[in-house]
Design a protein around this ligand. Structure first.
Ligand code: ARG
Length: 467
């Protein structure tokens, strides 16, 4: 190929990000070739030893590979030849770069998704801890961006946690999706040599082996799943971010940003801007673009490997740093948010957000909900006409509208009473919130355990070095 075209078509620079995966995959492959007696033991051992030495260099950030190769696979083989001579030529037995790149990418996704899960577990636990301490702060929940009903800040924190737990389930799915060995597929139809894919799978800790070589080399579903999972995490964080951004405005004033997590303005000295949260939103937009890019890349591709697939590199490799960076930013920022309890309480203190509670108080006295709803509506109108807040309405006017609006009923206009009364499962009552906090802690523990079961690259290297 013309040098200019090699350079233009090379994925080498991007591939460097999974140099370690490539080396470990090769070390496992050559071990399988040794155990199946496809390669002489001495040759296989020499190759494995050198690959692991190169892996050690890569892990320490000092692996020097010659530039100018088409991809990492060629660059590694060239370096191996430089170090070992002709014996290096045995490594690529029963293998193609098509199954090799699929392996490297799967190892990358599995390890990054597992680390993401561990960091998500931390974030979920952090939200649960913060919730425990914010049970007495009241603020309005919104529907249609209008104040709707009083809830506790603990409950809002649990809502953010619930969304993250759902996103974490998608990350788990991405791990499962990537957790199948593609190696042994060869270019597109397997191998005539007596390979044993189960050996390679076992060495690399894969849960499964892919079922069809033609499909295996031509698909990137695991990459789509991973990028979608990352996108789901960022979507959850983007909504949390908007809540925080709103709450921190002087219009809401429910939350204060510590100086250490707020950005200044180069012109307006008074500003404390929520840039960190805005960037989370911005990054979620790019994540959506990357999922779309991967979906478009595979749509209508003919069966088997096509070089188009190399363009998976940008969106696929951007996912982990983007998602993990955002999670870490939230881990740093969320402990430094403080709720402004007085301001938040003021937003639910005029009684209007407790109108439903008033209606439910009448229902508790046997009044049909529709009748109660109309009576409360009349009460709200009367307060509006009188130019007073619902809580300040003359008790005589209230009992005039409906006899049931006595002092005991009207007590539910206290936002604390209103929030505390909602003990239905998933509600904002104190016991209901305790259940939610406990669930978040349990889920954080479970996510951590799932993550720990996935072998890290270091663990794989140790396993291969011990052979
Ligand atoms: N650089 C290629 C990629 O990243 C590796 C596989 C190339 N296979 C081939 N037959 N040209 O997808």
């Amino acid at each position: 190929m013309l040098p200019a075209l090699i350079e233009w078509s090379s994925s080498y620079r991007d591939d460097l990000r999974f140099a370690r995966e490539d080396l470990l995959g090769s070390a496992a492959h050559v071990t399988m070739l040794e155990r199946t007696a496809i390669l002489p033991k001495d040759d296989a051992r020499a190759i494995r030893r050198e690959l692991l030495a190169m892996h050690g260099d890569a892990a320490a950030g000092r692996l020097a590979l010659a530039d100018g190769e088409e991809d990492i696979h060629m660059a590694v083989e060239a370096e191996l030849s430089r170090r070992l001579g002709a014996v290096a030529g045995r490594l690529h037995t029963a293998r193609s770069r098509n199954d090799q790149v699929a392996l490297d990418l799967r190892l990358h996704v599995r390890a990054e998704a597992a680390s993401t899960l561990a960091e998500l577990a931390q974030l979920v636990a952090l939200l649960a801890e913060r919730a425990e301490h914010e049970r007495s702060v009241l603020l309005p929940a919104y529907t249609h961006r209008q104040r709707a009903q009083p809830v506790t800040a603990a409950y809002v924190l649990c809502a953010w946690g619930a969304a993250l737990c759902r996103a974490a389930e998608v990350v788990e799915f991405a791990i499962r999706s990537a957790d199948a060995l593609p190696l042994g597929s060869g270019a597109c139809s397997g191998s005539s040599l007596p390979i044993d894919r189960a050996i390679t799978a076992e060495l690399l800790g894969f849960a499964r082996i892919t079922h069809n070589a033609l499909d295996t080399v031509g698909e990137r579903d695991f990459a789509i799943d991973w990028s979608y999972a990352g996108c789901r995490v960022l979507l959850a964080l983007s909504r949390l971010a908007t809540d925080v951004i709103d709450y921190s405005t002087s219009e809401f004033s429910f939350v204060k940003l510590d100086g250490a997590i707020a950005a200044g303005s180069s012109m307006m000295p008074q500003k404390k801007n929520p840039d960190v949260f805005e960037l989370v939103r911005g990054k979620s937009a790019i994540a959506i673009g990357d999922v779309t890019a991967l979906l478009s890349l595979v749509k209508g591709l003919p069966g088997g490997y096509n070089r188009d697939l190399q363009e998976d590199r940008g969106p696929l490799l951007a996912t982990a740093p983007r998602v993990r960076g955002a999670i870490r930013a939230m881990l740093a920022a969320i402990p430094r948010l403080t709720f402004d309890a007085a301001h938040a309480l003021a937003a639910v203190s005029d009684g209007s957000t407790q109108a439903t509670d008033l209606a439910e108080a009448l229902v508790k006295r046997g009044i049909p909900f529709r009748e109660a709803y109309k009576a409360v509506g009349a009460l709200v109108s009367a307060a509006l006409d009188a130019g007073v807040a619902l809580v300040a309405l003359d008790p005589k006017v209230a009992t005039g509208i409906h006899a049931a609006f006595d002092r005991a009923t009207m007590a539910v206009l206290d936002p604390r009473t209103a929030a505390a009364a909602k003990e239905s499962f998933g509600g904002t009552g104190a016991r209901a919130v305790t259940v939610q906090i406990e669930r978040l802690h349990a889920e954080a523990t479970r996510l951590r355990e799932v993550s720990e079961k996935i072998p890290t690259l270091d663990a794989l290297a140790q396993r291969l070095a011990a052979i």
